[in-house]
Design a binder for this molecule. Structure first.
Ligand code: GLP
Length: 241
């Protein structure tokens, strides 16, 4: 795992944006795997700036997102589809039909997972996958457990994740308890994975990745050691605490 230590959140975001900008310039029809959460917002701001000021062209780019809450419609401002439109898609020249966020239609969740797995198979290996990390080491919504899913599945969120993510909702009871999430095999199907982490709350998790010489399904991010091309971009707070 290659590690890049940045002085702060802005530098971390710019570094990640540089890698993605280079990728899209070199291969205009790149397939990008995207993430939600507060961490990649700065990266998306930089990409919007690249588009508006330097004409970075997303017209042939395709994107797939990692996960989505079950039960929130696309109009709910806490849904990940809303987040992606609001923080990126609506501000660049990407074609709506080229953007993909898993759907979670409560009536037939199994069908939703099958549809997303088919989509991932059709779209093929991503050029870059952006990843954040939960304080408990989750990646996408793969929570610590004795077994982890290989493919897109419906997952139960842990009490800890519900608590941590409740900061975005009016009250804790509003946080969905289930999500649809890419599995580990899906996340790994990328030529390069950029793992982003900033702030003190991520220090323990980053320390475990960098200094724990192990892989453990009860700390899902540790499995990233098994991917041949992961770039960890952290700020000093996440690195030093
Ligand atoms: C959510 C997402 C993850 C994300 C994590 C960290 O649970 N499913 O993909 O990495 O939160 O979020 P944040 O970046 O806000 O710390």
């Amino acid at each position: 795992m290659k590690t890049i230590i940045c002085k702060d959140y802005d530098e971390m975001s710019k570094k990640a944006a540089e890698i993605i900008t280079k990728q899209v310039k070199e291969k205009p029809d790149s397939v990008l795997g995207l993430a939600t959460g507060s961490t990649p917002i700065g990266l998306y701001k930089c990409l919007i700036e690249e588009h508006k000021e330097n004409g970075l062209d997303f017209s042939k780019v395709k994107t797939v997102n990692l996960d989505e809450y079950v039960g929130l419609g696309e109009k709910d401002d806490q849904s990940y589809i809303y987040f992606m439109r609001d923080n990126l898609f609506n501000h660049i020249n990407i074609k709506k039909e080229n953007t993909h966020v898993p759907e979670s239609n409560k009536e037939d969740l199994k069908l939703d997972t099958e549809k997303y797995n088919k989509l991932l198979d059709d779209i093929g290996t991503r050029d870059i996958q952006v990843l954040g990390i939960g304080v408990n080491g989750h990646i996408a919504f793969n929570e610590p457990d004795d077994k982890l899913n290989l493919r897109t599945s419906i997952v139960d969120l842990t009490e800890e994740t519900i608590e941590v993510n409740s900061r975005f909702f009016e009250k804790k009871e509003d946080v969905p308890t289930k999500a649809i999430s890419m599995g580990l095999e899906d996340i790994f199907d990328a030529k390069c994975i950029i793992l982003l982490a900033n702030g003190k709350s991520k220090k323990e998790a980053i320390d475990k990745i960098l200094n724990g010489k192990f892989v453990d399904t009860n700390f899902p991010a540790s499995l990233l050691h098994l991917h041949p091309n992961v770039v960890l971009i952290v700020d000093e707070e996440a690195y030093n605490g």
